[in-house]
Design a protein around this ligand. Structure first.
Ligand code: GAL
Length: 940
């Protein structure tokens, strides 16, 4: 068999819809006999029923053989792992032979062998007769098995090659995972239907194509003939109101059931509409991924994905970059997500050779590309959740796009066509981009984008809605800049929102590294941790990026005024009557009042039962915060009553008499000898007289605090070039020089902190004093020295404590999660507590993490630190250098010290791994600053 054929397959039956049929079927999943060969050039005698496979191993179907001890996975983003020489492939071509014996009863006649997915080129034999071959890894294939089936023992043989001419069409950014990885069935179903529905201005219609008779009992539709359109009294389907109706289509030989929804997608004046109302995507890109099974995703895990998305205010999913398992689309119909279904096509690696030989423009590949589009559209055409067809991803430009688009339009004109890779939009209905900056998105929102050379195409594109099919690259810590994108999407009607890249980290479970990424299996060509760029960790624990996204996407906004809160309904299709509003007042993090607020169904102003707090007592320090939370009033299929969907917070002014600030009755530092060593002593603190550095505090051995500018680079720092600049400056190896240590009323230590080989530095002056109640007051004045050009990682103090001294940290400030200048939208002011372990965010590739922002005070057990202004807090059992040196989670091992970072400021995060860096307002520039901290014994 010619693996290097351009033909997409042979012997295949016409593609048809995925349907639930009562026709007899045999599930052929399970344990198959299996043998792996390193090359494709081997005899195919194994396909004969008499072949003796007793010395073969076994393999589960569905699965990927290289996740079951046969070979190893490999990860590349853009690069092909084989030479670019279409349609030729190397002789080194892992080839898996599969055999499955099944029994048929006497009465069984006819049937189709249906494969939902095999990666990437498969040949099939039944009882020694070759039925054909197919390509298109994530697409179904059906063969007529009837002529060769027999009662009793049947032998099905399949040979799967990893590389073929079709490999050039499947260069998606993901692990290369061959094998029969979706379900296999023998089915007697042959039915196909295409149900057509619409919904506009309160009117719905129904018709269908195919044969048989259609009934929808709930709508009073019985035995509808094909091609007849009827009006129906139906409620619309939207992602917010996923109303489905059970439909039955009867044929002489079988009955199929499907769940249909009524909706119309349209584009009017360049605005994307669903049922006549603007549609704003709050979307994510989802690859199919499971940490130990690869692209074999159990049903419960698919459901978990949809539930997690819904619970985080996500309303849309792009099935990057191939049609998913059909069950996933049923879940989107049922639970409510708008879907862009994407064809299994990416030829990105040709970009590395100037797009020479790109299959997208090669007529010899036209049939294969069209075949992929047809098989997707035919399989998925009945899903109300699917509202756009995407031709593929990053496949360059070329004539075959027209072939795909033209056929799709003629088959289904009800869904707009999407493709990002052709900026001219010649074949699409929407203008889609990836990673466009905020500035560019705003220009497009205003229809002021740079023109195309061709005026006709330009005018056409200018009339299209705009979306970002990928933005905000969620790799490692981040993404930053989400709130600013959302603000633009909500401001300009032309902007239909976008889809975060991406849903999940594709970290494969690994015995040593916990999660593996590119290179961990010794791949000669790989893209390292670029596959670890999701909103959830590989085990689907939400990362801080997802928690922030929930806040940014929230469909209710609270705007506080004097004694009122203005409620804005950000839903597209429903009012607010399914919610309850709970208002809580906290004084220094302790709840002092809680009220239920009325819910204005359409939004509007609500009077607040409080404008200020009770505030008796310490008015000088009291902080009163009002938090209003919108929660589900009753259970929904995707979350229980009480689930929070949005919140807002504002600070109230305390009443009551402010107490006078505590008088400072400073004691003076003294020079004493402690345990034979000379020390400067101030209250319960001791300092090294030579360096002026704190060595003991409230009975603990401490090191520091001293000025620090370094952080373990984030992926965004690294890929965006900041890390290289910082290392170039030497910010990871600062030297410290003490210029003077003066004893007076205060202990004053003047220092200069600077990296080698440059004249840049920071002058830091520490002043230590004692308050009347034994608290230590530290004021640090920081003055940049020299011409600092680039942003710096952080500006703050680092100190260490004995590891046994701290177990848990309690703080009043923003929490509970991490926050950086352009992330942490989900962090609200409150009183929070966490163990040191819980303060770490376990990014699969270790990097700066865990910073709590806006901290007023933090207690570590033996002592409490308060800051003025508020400060940033990080506490770890390893140093920033150890964190920077780690490349997998298990590399981080708790040491015997706790490293505290008390920060005045941090550089923003941005999304420079792919897309724009930090917005200028979040850059941290070296600047003069003063930082005051107060250290008090004990816990607060
Ligand atoms: C895009 C691509 C995605 C992914 C992303 C980077 O260009 O479409 O598949 O590679 O970049 O993570």
């Amino acid at each position: 068999m010619d693996l290097e054929t351009f033909a997409p397959g042979s012997g295949l039956l016409e593609p048809r819809a995925a349907l639930r049929s009562d026709a007899p079927a045999l599930d052929l999943n399970g344990t198959w006999r299996f043998r792996l060969s390193p090359t494709a050039n081997i005899p195919d005698d194994f396909a004969q029923p008499s072949f003796d496979d007793s010395d073969w191993g076994s393999l589960p179907v569905p699965s990927h053989w290289n996740l079951h001890g046969h070979g190893a996975p490999a990860y590349t983003n853009v690069d092909f792992p084989i030479p670019i020489d279409p349609p030729r492939v190397p002789d080194e071509n892992p080839t898996g032979d599969y055999r499955r014996v099944f029994d048929l009863s006497e009465g069984w006649t006819g049937g189709r062998l249906r494969f939902e997915g095999a990666d990437s080129f498969a040949r099939i034999w039944l009882n020694g007769h070759e039925l054909g071959f197919w390509t298109g890894s994530r697409l179904p294939a059906e063969f007529d098995a009837g002529p060769y089936l027999r009662p009793g023992r049947n032998v099905l043989a399949v040979r799967v090659h990893q590389w073929s001419a079709a490999t050039y069409l499947e260069d998606q950014d993901m692990w290369w995972l061959p094998g029969i990885f979706r379900d296999v069935t023998l089915t007697r179903s042959t039915a196909d239907v295409f149900v057509r529905t619409s919904y506009a201005d309160g009117h719905a219609t129904l018709s269908f194509e195919g044969s048989g008779r259609l009934s929808v009992p709930e709508l009073g539709v019985a035995d509808l003939a094909p091609g007849v359109e009827v009006p129906v009294e139906a409620e619309p389907w939207t992602a917010e109101t996923p109303r489905l109706y059970d439909a039955v289509v009867t044929f002489p030989e079988e009955t199929v059931r499907l769940r249909i929804g009524f909706r119309t997608i349209s584009i009017v004046d360049g605005v994307l509409l669903a049922n006549g109302r603007p549609l704003l995507f709050k979307g994510v890109n989802r690859h199919e991924f499971h940490p130990s099974r690869g692209r074999v995703v159990p049903y419960e895990t698919m459901r978990e994905d949809v539930l997690l998305m819904k619970r985080h205010n996500v309303n849309a999913v792009r099935t990057s970059h191939y049609p998913p398992h059909p069950d996933f689309l049923d879940l989107c119909d049922e639970l409510g997500l708008w879907v862009i279904d994407e064809c299994d096509l990416e030829t990105h690696g040709f970009g590395e050779v100037g797009w020479r030989g790109n299959p997208t423009d090669d007529p010899r590949y036209a049939d294969a590309l069209l075949d992929r589009m047809r098989r997707m559209v035919e399989r998925d055409k009945n899903h109300p959740s699917i509202i756009m067809w995407s031709l593929g991803n990053e496949a360059g430009v070329g004539r075959n796009l027209a072939v795909m688009a033209d056929w799709t339009r003629s088959r289904d004109s009800s869904r707009p066509i999407h493709y990002e890779g052709d900026r001219s939009c010649a074949h699409t209905d929407v203008y889609s981009r990836m990673y466009a900056s905020h500035t560019e998105v705003e220009a497009i929102g205003r229809r002021e984008e740079a023109p195309l050379d061709d005026p006709a195409l330009d005018a056409r594109r200018r009339g299209m809605p705009f979306m970002q099919c990928e933005y905000a690259h969620a790799m490692g810590n981040g993404p930053g800049g989400l709130a600013e994108y959302q603000e633009l999407f909500e401001r300009y009607p032309r902007l239909a929102g976008g889809f975060i890249w991406e849903w999940i980290d594709h970290g494969l479970a690994h015995p040593v590294h916990e999660y593996a990424y590119g290179g961990d299996y010794g791949e000669p060509v790989h893209d390292s941790n670029f596959v670890i760029d999701g909103l959830v960790f590989p085990d689907r624990t939400p990362s801080p990026g997802l928690v922030d996204l929930k806040k940014v996407f929230e469909p209710v906004r609270f705007e506080f005024g004097d004694g009122v809160v203005r409620v804005v309904n950000g839903h597209g299709f429903v009012d607010l009557s399914h919610l309850e509003f709970v208002a809580t007042v906290e004084e220094n993090g302790e709840t002092v009042a809680e009220h239920q607020l009325p819910v204005p169904a359409e939004g509007g102003e609500v009077k607040l039962p409080f404008t200020s707090g009770s505030g008796d007592g310490d008015g000088s320090e009291a902080e009163l915060w009002l938090t209003v939370r919108a929660v589900l009033a009753s259970d929904q299929p995707w979350a229980a009553a009480g689930h929070e969907i949005a919140w807002g917070q504002t600070r109230l002014t305390p009443t009551g008499t402010p107490t006078a600030p505590r008088p400072a009755a400073p004691g003076s530092p003294r020079r004493v000898v402690v345990d034979g060593q000379e020390r400067h002593v101030l209250g319960d603190a001791a300092f090294d007289p030579a360096t002026g550095r704190l060595v003991r505090l409230f009975g603990l051995d401490v090191e520091g605090p001293r000025l620090d500018l370094w952080r373990a680079p984030t992926d965004n720092d690294r890929y965006g070039g900041l890390e290289a600049k910082w290392r170039g400056l030497g910010l990871h190896r600062l030297t410290h020089r003490v210029d003077s240590v003066d004893l007076g009323d205060e202990l004053t230590v003047r220092t200069r902190v600077a990296p080698a080989a440059t004249d840049l530095g920071m002058l830091a002056t520490y002043r230590w004093a004692l308050s009347g109640d034994g608290e230590l007051l530290l004021t640090v004045d920081i003055e940049p020295d020299g011409d600092w050009q680039d942003p710096i990682p952080r500006l703050g103090l680092t100190m260490t404590l004995p590891g046994t001294a701290v177990d848990r940290v309690t703080w009043f400030g923003r929490g509970p999660g991490e926050a950086y200048p352009d992330t942490g939208m989900s962090a609200r002011v409150g009183r929070w507590t966490a163990t040191i372990e819980e303060l770490q965010t376990p990014y699969v590739y270790p990097q700066e993490n865990g910073h709590r922002a806006g901290v007023r005070w933090a207690s570590f057990g033996a002592f409490t630190v308060s800051g003025d202004p508020v400060f940033g807090l990080t506490a770890r059992r390893w140093s920033a250098d150890e964190l920077a040196a780690a490349s997998h989670r298990p590399d981080l091992v708790a040491g015997d010290r706790v490293h505290l970072h008390l920060d005045l400021a941090h550089q923003g995060i941005g999304t420079a791994t792919c897309g724009p860096g930090t917005l200028p307002k979040y850059d941290l520039r070296a600047h003069p600053a003063t930082f005051s901290l107060r250290f008090a014994p004990g816990t607060r």
